[in-house]
Design a protein around this ligand. Sequence first.
Ligand SMILES: NC(=O)c1ccc[n+]([C@@H]2O[C@H](COP(=O)([O-])OP(=O)(O)OC[C@H]3O[C@@H](n4cnc5c(N)ncnc54)[C@H](OP(=O)(O)O)[C@@H]3O)[C@@H](O)[C@H]2O)c1
Length: 339
Amino acid sequence: MELPTTTKALVIETYNANLVRALRGMKIIEKPFPEPQTDEVLVKMDASPVNPSDIAFLRGMYNVNKALPAVPGFEGTGIIIKSGDETSENLIGRRVSFFTQDEGDGAWCEYLCLKKGNYIFLRDDLPVEQAACLFINPFTAYAMFDETLKSGTKAIIQTAANGQVGRFIRFFAKENGIKVINLVRKNEHVEAMKSEGESYVLNLNDEDFYENLKILNNDLKATMAIDAVGGEITGKLLNIMPAGSQVILYGGLSGAPVSMIDPLEVIFKNKILRGFNLGDWMKTVSDEEVERISNYLQTLFIQRKIETRIQASFPLENFYEGLRTYISNMSAGKVLFRM
Ligand SMILES: NC(=O)c1ccc[n+]([C@@H]2O[C@H](COP(=O)([O-])OP(=O)(O)OC[C@H]3O[C@@H](n4cnc5c(N)ncnc54)[C@H](OP(=O)(O)O)[C@@H]3O)[C@@H](O)[C@H]2O)c1
């Protein structure tokens, strides 16, 4: 196949905590066509979503900082068109989903080199929109839910319950007979989730929220909480949960330091606050396990038992509109860049 000599990519030139300024420092550039190394494949991109981690990256407030200018985007889907290793030419033509936080280009470009271990093979009947978002949130929800299940708890509490990870957690919980106390921050989401059949939904901003949470959890006795928000709510969750409970913190959406932890609850009731990071978790699981989970998740997507909500798609050139659309209403679903 005749390949071009240059290719388009979206780059960020300066990180800026002020997102509007960060977006102003982004532009489409023409760059030399990438050549895969021996341990890499070259992928022609189809689609990539915008996730909260991408926004944190653009703001320079994530644990991944690349040399600038950098191509953002931590996950996506495409088709392998070239292999850096002659013995792997059988991979050409395979569709893949990937997750990469390596130094080097991210997903918001037309062509991308990927290292072995950063991609999974896709079934033909998985729609491209779902394939684009197969890695970060489904695997994160799966991994964290698996830990809560192994803990033996009969109920969990989760924040950002109407976000995408939260929606997957709700599905896994239902499948396994685990009750979920869902915390959101808008009344419209309380109503929407109750109409979807959720029994326990509380608004973090209600005046009597904390009292109601205490009463509810005295009854349900969740000993695991999954928290994407941080700030005061993390401490409050830890305080109201029974002895031996754990809070898994996996996001910092509030932008605030964790606070309000009652030291007596930690000292005398053996409570634990811990983190979860997909990149680190991936290093702890074998390729066979990743493949098994991938097959399980793909089957759920294909059977339409779960889905990633997509609110809109944009060509890469319209990145400004795409990013603004996403940050103005994250609960409405992911924004995809289509290449
Ligand atoms: N650690 C990891 O490995 C890992 C992996 C995947 C995801 N994550 C993290 O998981 C979190 C959720 O990701 P996602 O893709 O599921 O999000 P999403 O679908 O884009 O939705 C974000 C959700 O969070 C809510 N939210 C935003 N800011 C909030 C705040 N200050 N207080 C309470 N709720 C808030 C939003 O509600 P509104 O509609 O009210 O704004 C929305 O429901 C993010 O922090 C992301 O970085 C971490």
